[in-house]
Write a protein that binds this ligand. Structure first.
Ligand code: ACO
Length: 346
């Protein structure tokens, strides 16, 4: 039996039709397609694709372009009213705070609320335009200069198997607490630096490396002190995370010259870091994960470091909901056991 400290590594918790994370071959397959084949989709199309009815009837819930636009208009006044109350919160906490305080709604409202929460925090006077697609509208309101970069990022991170936040969402959904409660719990799980909170620290690390006379020595010194290099390592992938390459290519195709320079530097540092990790832990493959190039891309889009996890959540919400629907259709409470290793009464 697995013990508590295993982090449930290798434990399979059920069947799903949504995605396959193939850690040995470095493949991410979403409903029968490689992630790389889906890069042309809009955000709305990705929602319909992930929520597609197979073993459940979620298809009816999938937002059309008009449906999501109308939802942005519906939630905007609520989010705006909540803004002054959430100013002291980190952006990811703010999204949870706002979501928890919305009136009753449906999946399109929850998705719209996260996007609007992100945009209005940056630009409180912005008004949604229901005629635009979700990404273009959020990018416009959030004052971002590269909407296609945001679209590619959100598609890339929309779904990724039974990660910590998705598992959390499914556990909460299994208690019949409702979709909003499931998403709220998932936002909490995503916040930690071992899951969705890594890209801010990735940029901090790159800044240090940029100004260091011997970046390789600095990386080795960190590892020697027992520190983890952010943006590297993964529970499932034993090769480079395929999403890292999708995002690296997206950065490469950006029109920004500043980004081209930044990217070249990041590629050099990636090589130094993976070399240092291989030396430090010869028995464990520690390769680049999605967060490394996420950091470069979100920085280029104009987001602040403390916003990165909130931006991630606005993409991952599509996968969370796909799993919530699947869990609701399954209808069984998730309630595992733990092996008691404490003392017994004498
Ligand atoms: N830097 C240095 N050492 C590492 C790293 C790293 N990035 N990742 C793992 N290790 C080491 C661990 O210290 C451990 O060493 P030990 O056996 O001496 O204790 C060994 O490699 C195995 O690590 P685990 O903790 O078993 O790996 P796990 O599968 O639990 O963790 C995780 C995966 C959390 C992603 C880890 O690699 C990590 O902390 N990475 C840095 C944070 C990060 O990039 N997070 C984003 C992940 S992607 C996402 O969630 C969207």
């Amino acid at each position: 039996m697995n013990v508590v400290s295993s982090g449930l590594e290798g434990v399979c918790v059920g069947d799903s039709h949504i995605s396959l994370v193939d850690g040995q071959a470095g493949r991410l397959i979403l409903r029968g397609f490689h992630l790389q084949e889906l890069g042309h989709k809009s955000y709305e199309e990705m929602a319909q694709f992930l929520w597609e009815a197979r073993s459940f009837e979620a298809c009816r819930e999938a937002p059309s372009l008009e449906g999501l636009g109308a939802a942005r208009v519906r939630v905007a006044p609520w989010i705006r009213e909540l803004l002054p109350l959430g100013q002291h919160l980190k952006p990811i906490e703010w999204l949870r705070f706002a979501l928890d305080r919305l009136p009753e709604g449906g999946p399109a409202d929850w998705v719209a609320a996260l996007g609007m929460g992100l945009a209005l925090r940056r630009n409180p006077e912005a008004q949604p335009d229901p005629g635009l697609d979700h990404v273009s509208d959020i990018a416009r309101m959030a004052l971002l200069n590269w909407p296609d970069g945001l679209r590619r990022y959100w598609l890339c991170v929309a779904e990724h198997g039974m990660n910590a936040s998705t598992f959390t969402a499914r556990v909460v959904a299994s208690t019949q607490a409702g979709q909003r409660a499931a998403l709220s719990a998932a936002l909490g799980a995503l916040q930690g630096p071992l899951h969705g909170g890594a890209p801010g620290p990735v940029l901090d690390m790159l800044d240090i490396l940029q100004n260091h006379p011997d970046p390789s020595a600095w990386l080795r010194e960190q590892l020697g002190r027992g520190e983890r290099l952010m943006g590297f390592g993964h529970r499932i992938y034993r090769v480079r995370d395929p999403r890292a390459e999708v995002l690296r290519l997206a950065c490469q195709q950006s029109p920004s010259e500043d980004l081209a320079e930044r990217l070249q530097f990041a590629e050099k540092m990636e090589k130094l870091a993976t070399d240092a990790l291989a030396e430090h832990k010869p028995g464990r493959v520690l390769q680049t994960n999605v967060e490394y190039y996420t950091a470069i891309l979100l920085d280029a889009l104009g987001f602040q470091r403390d916003e990165f996890t909130a931006v991630f959540a606005c993409g991952r919400v599509l996968g969370w909901l796909a799993h919530v629907f699947e869990q609701e259709a399954e209808g069984r409470l998730i309630r595992p056991e733990v092996r008691y290793v404490g003392p017994l009464p004498t």
